[in-house]
Ligand binder design. Structure first.
Ligand code: LRH
Ligand code: MN
Length: 430
C-alpha cells in the first residue's frame, strides 16, 4: 500500500496506549473460552480473515426524500471516495474491497482507477448497475420500469447498461454484478404481475448470457420503494425463482432492510443456503423500512442469528461463500466512522456465531429442551468478544480504537479544506 492517508504513528500511539488493557481483557477471555473448550486464537484468526466490502456511495452523506445535510469535506468523485474507503480500511482492517455503482462512479479511465485503488490497498467487489434513475443524455426513461418495461426498447437500453457495467467490472477486477431494480407498480391493475416477471426473466437472461465464466449475478429483492404497491422482485421467493430460471451463476442477495418489519431474515438465509443460492448480503439495520442504518445499531441479535445460520451451514458441510457488503446511508454521522464501526459490528456477529457450542445446541434441540437450546445460543451472543476484535485489528496494523485515531488524524478537517463544500440541500439518498 503506497499511499497512506492516516499517519501510521497515530496507530502506533493507539496500540501503545491500549496494549496493556487489551492484553488483560484478552487473557481473561482466553481463560473463559478455554473453559468452554474454545481456543481463542482460532477465533482471532477467523476474524482477522473476515472481510466486508464497503459501498462507494456510503462515504458521502446520505439523505432522505425530505432533505440531505451535506457534511464537511464531502467526496467529489470516485477518487475522493476511494481515499475515504482507504481510510476506513486503515482504521478497521476489514474492508479491503469497494463496491462501485454506475453511473454514480463513472470515470473516463477505469484502468487508472484500478491503479489508484491498488495504491491504497483496495480492490473491487461486486459492481452495481442503476436502472432506477434516468441519467443525463439517456434516450428512454425508466419512469415505468427498466428490465420489465412494456416497451422492448427501454428493456434493451436497461440490458445494455448492465452489459456495460459488466465490461467496466472486468476492467476493475470485479467478479459479480449486483442487480437491483425498482421496477413495480403503485396501483393494483397498473402492471400485469405475471408478465412483468416474465419480462424480467427475458431481460436478465440476456444479462446472464454476457457474464464472464467466473462471475456471479447477485439478484437483490426488495419489498417496496420506489414502487409502493407491487415490486417485480419483491421477496426472496421471486429472487430464488429468477435465479433458478437463469442458471448456477445467478444467486440471491439479501439486503437486511428490504423486508417487512419482523420478517425472520435468518430463516430466509437458511432457505437460500438450502437451495445453494445465497450469493451475498447488504448489511445494515432498520426499525421500520429500508432505513439503511448502521449494521448492528438497532438489532444486533438479528445480525448474530444470520451469522449463526451461516456458521451452522458451514458446520454441517454446506458449501457457501456469500459476498459480504455493507449498504448504508449515513445521514447524520461521519460516514467513515459509521463504516468502520459497522464493519466491526459485522465482525462481532461473526465472532459470536463462531462461539456457539453446536454439539450442545443439537443435543438440546434433539430433546426439544427449548430453554436450554435458547440459552446455549444466547451464551455465544452475550460473550463480549471485544478483545478478539481488537486483537485482530492490532495484529493487522489497524486501530484498536478506530474512531479516536480517526478524530486525532484530522482527516475530515483536511478534506473540508481541500474539497469545496457541496451546496445541495435537496433530498435523495446520495
Ligand atoms: C436499494 C439498494 C441497492 C442499491 C441502492 C443504493 O434500496 O439497497 O442495493 O443499489 O440501495
Ligand atoms: Mn442494497
Amino acid at each position: 500500500m503506497d499511499t497512506v492517508l492516516i499517519d501510521r504513528d497515530l496507530i502506533a500511539a493507539d496500540h501503545a496506549a491500549h496494549a496493556a488493557e487489551l492484553d488483560d481483557d484478552f487473557a481473561a477471555l482466553e481463560r473463559q473460552l478455554a473453559r468452554r473448550g474454545i481456543a481463542i486464537e482460532t477465533i482471532v484468526e477467523a476474524v482477522a480473515a473476515f472481510e466486508v466490502a464497503i459501498p462507494s456511495w456510503g462515504v458521502g452523506t446520505g439523505g432522505t426524500r425530505f432533505a440531505r445535510f451535506p457534511g464537511p469535506g464531502e467526496p467529489r468523485d470516485i477518487f475522493d471516495k476511494l481515499d475515504d474507503c482507504a481510510v476506513v480500511q486503515q482504521l478497521c482492517g476489514a474492508t479491503p474491497e469497494v463496491s462501485l455503482h454506475i453511473p454514480w462512479d463513472r470515470t473516463d479511465d477505469f484502468a487508472r482507477l484500478r491503479v489508484y485503488a491498488h495504491e491504497r490497498g483496495l480492490s473491487f467487489a461486486a459492481i452495481n448497475s442503476n436502472t432506477f434513475q434516468d441519467s443525463a443524455g439517456q434516450p428512454l426513461s425508466y419512469k415505468f420500469g427498466s428490465l420489465t418495461h412494456t416497451d422492448p426498447a427501454v428493456r434493451r437500453q436497461a440490458v445494455e447498461h448492465n452489459l456495460e457495467c459488466i465490461r467496466i467490472g472486468e476492467q476493475l477486477g470485479s467478479k459479480a454484478l449486483t442487480l437491483w431494480i425498482g421496477d413495480g407498480a403503485n396501483f393494483p391493475g397498473q402492471q400485469h404481475l405475471a408478465r412483468a416477471f416474465e419480462r424480467y426473466l427475458d431481460s436478465s437472461t440476456a444479462i446472464y448470457a454476457a457474464l464472464p465464466e467466473d462471475w456471479n449475478l447477485l439478484i437483490e429483492h426488495k419489498l417496496y420503494e420506489p414502487a409502493f404497491y407491487a415490486t417485480v422482485i419483491q421477496d426472496w421467493g421471486s429472487s430464488l425463482l429468477a435465479a433458478q430460471a437463469l442458471g448456477p451463476k445467478a444467486q440471491c442477495l439479501v439486503d437486511l432492510g428490504h423486508h417487512a418489519p419482523n420478517v425472520n431474515i435468518e430463516m430466509i438465509v437458511a432457505r437460500l443456503l438450502h437451495a445453494g443460492r445465497l450469493g451475498g448480503f447488504h448489511f445494515n439495520d432498520s426499525k421500520y423500512g429500508d432505513d439503511d442504518l448502521d449494521a448492528g445499531s438497532i438489532d444486533p441479535f438479528r445480525l448474530f442469528l444470520i451469522f449463526n445460520e451461516l456458521i451452522d451451514a458451514r458446520w454441517r458441510g454446506l458449501p457457501s461463500a456469500p459476498a459480504h457488503m455493507l449498504d448504508q446511508s449515513h445521514n447524520i454521522t461521519d460516514p467513515i466512522e459509521s463504516l468502520a464501526g459497522s464493519a466491526v459490528e459485522v465482525q462481532r456477529a461473526y465472532a459470536q456465531a463462531l462461539l456457539v457450542d453446536r454439539q450442545q445446541l443439537a443435543h438440546w434441540q434433539q430433546r426439544n429442551d427449548a430453554l436450554r437450546a435458547a440459552q446455549t445460543l444466547k451464551r455465544a451472543f452475550t460473550t463480549d468478544v471485544q478483545p478478539i476484535l481488537a486483537r485482530a485489528r492490532q495484529r493487522k496494523g489497524a486501530a484498536i480504537d478506530p474512531v479516536a485515531v480517526y478524530r486525532d488524524s484530522g482527516y475530515r478537517a483536511r478534506c473540508a479544506r481541500t474539497r469545496p463544500a457541496r451546496v445541495f440541500s435537496g433530498g435523495g439518498i446520495v
